[in-house]
Design a protein around this ligand. Structure first.
Ligand code: GSH
Length: 213
């Protein structure tokens, strides 16, 4: 493989965008290999060797013994440790908590909200109401946190913000009204204005513009 350090197997989803944003932030040279989820490319036997649950994103580090990493949180930690960026050793306990909250709660719940509210409205009143309510609470709780703290894990931008931001960037699908959450909007816009975020946001699809609150 040419001179690309990292090969990223991904698709244009919040979990995929976490990694393109991180790679842009740390200035790594990477090759993006698109996996078409609609065509079921994630189920190919070759991809399964890299990703045991057939999910994007996955990276291969061609400069480190072809190390293969699946799970976006683990990839962010790997890249942060390699680059020494956005994962301050003195603040790891806080960063880990906000990162794990994204991985185990914020992403999966908003993902279900996408399924019931955006992709399949009218299929299940219970599902629509349940995930709308949970998603609204996630906005409220993040807003409270960001009223106390500049970024999720403290004063500095970290991989916890990089993991969470692409989910809030889907706010138009959520119909919760990002604008009315003052602290969450302030955080969202500050990150949306970072050069690496603008670039990483549109890595999968050229000219994609970050939605305003
Ligand atoms: N916990 C995983 C979730 C990854 C995930 O759900 N990926 C989705 C796209 S965002 C996927 O590959 N879906 C394809 C499928 O389930 O068939 C991570 O954060 O990496």
């Amino acid at each position: 493989m040419a001179s690309k350090v990292i090969e990223l197997f991904s698709a244009d989803t919040p979990n995929g965008k976490k990694i393109t944003i991180m790679l842009e932030e740390i200035g790594y040279n990477y090759k993006l290999t698109k996996i078409d989820l609609n065509k079921g490319e994630q189920f190919s036997p070759d991809f399964k060797k890299k990703s045991p649950f057939n999910k994007i994103p996955v990276i291969i580090d061609h400069k480190n013994n072809q190390e293969t990493v699946f799970e976006s949180g683990a990839i962010l930690i790997y890249l942060a440790e390699q680059s020494g960026k956005f994962y301050d050793k003195n603040n790891r306990l806080k960063i880990n908590q906000w990162l794990m909250a994204q991985m185990g709660y914020v992403g999966p719940m908003l993902g279900q909200h996408h399924q019931f509210h955006h992709y399949h409205p009218g299929k299940s009143e219970f599902g629509e109401e349940r995930y709308f309510k949970i998603s609204k609470k996630i906005y409220e709780d993040l807003d409270v946190r960001l009223g106390q703290s500049k970024f999720l894990a403290g004063d500095k931008y970290t991989i916890a913000d990089i993991a969470t931001w692409p989910w809030i960037a889907r706010h138009e699908w959520h119909d919760i009204g990002l604008k009315s959450f003052e602290n969450l909007s302030r955080w969202y816009l500050e990150i949306a204005n970072r050069k690496a975020v603008i670039k990483g946001y549109s890595s999968h699809e050229k000219n994609l513009v970050i939605p305003k609150p």
